[in-house]
Design a binder for this molecule. Structure first.
Ligand code: ADP
Ligand code: F6P
Length: 324
C-alpha cells in the first residue's frame, strides 16, 4: 500500500476481545511504520469525523476488558451510497487509505462496498459473539459469550434442582445456532431449541417426563433467541397451554456480551490484529483475517460476507444422547 496512515473501527454489536485486536493493530501497526488512527463509534463516528491518532500508550491496560475502547454503533446512513461516499471523502481528506473493520458480516458488507465504490483498502477482523460469519470457523467474543452463558446456566441449575423445576434459558445469537448448541452441551441441557428448525413440543415434553421418571430433579431447555428477543416466553406459553407443563423463563441477554475476554479470545484477537497488519504490509486490498483449521490466516473479504447458520448435526446428536 502507498500511504502510511491506517484507521481502525468497531462496528455492529461489541464483543469481548475487540480491545485485544485493537491493541495488536495499534502496537504492531506502529511498529511496522504506520500512523494508526482510531475511529470512535463505528461507521457513524467515521461520518462525524470522530477520529484520533492512537499511540502505543493509548491501548495500554485494555486487553483484559470487555467492550471496546473505540465504542461501536449501527449506522443506517452507511447503508446508502451517499453515506459511504461521504465516509470515503473523509478518509481521503485525512489521507487514510486503509481501514480495518472489526465487526460482523454486516460490517464486512459495508467495508466491501467502501472498497468497491471508493478503492479504500479494507481488512475485516471477525468480531461478534454469534460466530456466524461465512469463511471463518471463529469470531472474536464467542468463547467469552459461551463462558458467560454456561456460568449463568450452572447457577440456574442449582435453583432448578432445589425446586424440581423446568427452566427455559434464552441465549443470544440471532439466527445463529452456535451459542445455543455449545451452551447446551456444556451445561447438560435436556433440550436445545435452535433458530433454524421448528419446535417439536411433544419431544420436549416427552424428554422431560422421561427424565423425571428416571429421577432427574430439573430440566433445562436452551432456546436460541432468533430474530427477536423473547422467544422463550412463547415457548413457555405453548408448553403451559398445550401440555400443562409449567416452565420458568430466564433471558440472559446482554450479560453474555460483557466481561473479561477468555484467554482464547485474547489470543485469537491478538493474532488477528497482527494478521490484519500483515495484510496491509502485503498490499492486500480487500481481505479478512479468518480462523481456519485451528490457525489464523487471510482470506478474500468477499468470502466472508454471508451470515453462517449451519451447524454440525453431530453436536445436536451428542446433546440428545447425553441428556437421556
Ligand atoms: P454486524 O456487523 O455485527 O453483522 P450489523 O448487521 O448491525 O452488525 O451491521 C453493522 C453496520 O454495518 C450497519 O449498521 C451498517 O452501518 C453497516 N452495514 C451492514 N450491512 C451493510 C450493507 N449491506 N451495506 C453497507 N453497510 C452495511
Ligand atoms: O450480533 C450480536 C448480538 O449480540 C446478537 O446475538 C443479538 O441478537 C444482537 O447482537 C443484539 O443487538 P443489540 O446490541 O442491538 O441489542
Amino acid at each position: 500500500m502507498n500511504g502510511k496512515r491506517i484507521a481502525v473501527l468497531c462496528s455492529g454489536g461489541d464483543s469481548p476481545g475487540m480491545n485485544c485486536a485493537i491493541r495488536a493493530v495499534v502496537r504492531i501497526g506502529i511498529g511496522s511504520g504506520f500512523e494508526v488512527y482510531g475511529i470512535q463509534k463505528g461507521y457513524a463516528g467515521l461520518l462525524e469525523g470522530n477520529i484520533r491518532e492512537l499511540q502505543v500508550s493509548s491501548v495500554g491496560n485494555i486487553l483484559q476488558h470487555g467492550g471496546t475502547i473505540l465504542q461501536t454503533s449501527r449506522c443506517p446512513e452507511f447503508m446508502t451510497e451517499e453515506g459511504r461516499k461521504e465516509a470515503a471523502n473523509l478518509l481521503k481528506r485525512k489521507k487514510i487509505d486503509a481501514l480495518i473493520v472489526i465487526g460482523g458480516d454486516g460490517s464486512f458488507n459495508g467495508a466491501m462496498k467502501l472498497h468497491e465504490e471508493h478503492q479504500i483498502s479494507v481488512v475485516g477482523i471477525p468480531g461478534t459473539i454469534d460466530n456466524d460469519i461465512d469463511g471463518t470457523d471463529y469470531t472474536i467474543g464467542f468463547d467469552t459469550a459461551v463462558q458467560n452463558a454456561v456460568d449463568a446456566v450452572d447457577k440456574i441449575r442449582d435453583t432448578a434442582n432445589s425446586h424440581a423445576r423446568t427452566f427455559i434459558v434464552e441465549v443470544m445469537g440471532r439466527r445463529s445456532p452456535a451459542i445455543a448448541l455449545k451452551v447446551g452441551i456444556g451445561t447438560g441441557a435436556e433440550n436445545v431449541i435452535l433458530p433454524t428448525s421448528s419446535i417439536d413440543y411433544e419431544k420436549i415434553v416427552n424428554d422431560i417426563d422421561r427424565g423425571i421418571k428416571r429421577g432427574k430433579t430439573s430440566s433445562i431447555i436452551i432456546a436460541a433467541e432468533g430474530e427477536v428477543e423473547g422467544v422463550a416466553h412463547t415457548i413457555q406459553k405453548n408448553l403451559k397451554d398445550k401440555f400443562n407443563l409449567q416452565a420458568h423463563v430466564c433471558i440472559l441477554g446482554h450479560i453474555q456480551r460483557g466481561g473479561n475476554p477468555t484467554p482464547t479470545d485474547r489470543y485469537i484477537a491478538s493474532q488477528m490484529g497482527q494478521m490484519a497488519i500483515k495484510a496491509l504490509l502485503a498490499d492486500e486490498k480487500a481481505t479478512a483475517t479468518v480462523f481456519v483449521n485451528g490457525k489464523v490466516a487471510l482470506a478474500p473479504l468477499k468470502n466472508c460476507l454471508r451470515k453462517k447458520n449451519e451447524f454440525d448435526v453431530s453436536d445436536l446428536e451428542l446433546l440428545t444422547t447425553l441428556s437421556i
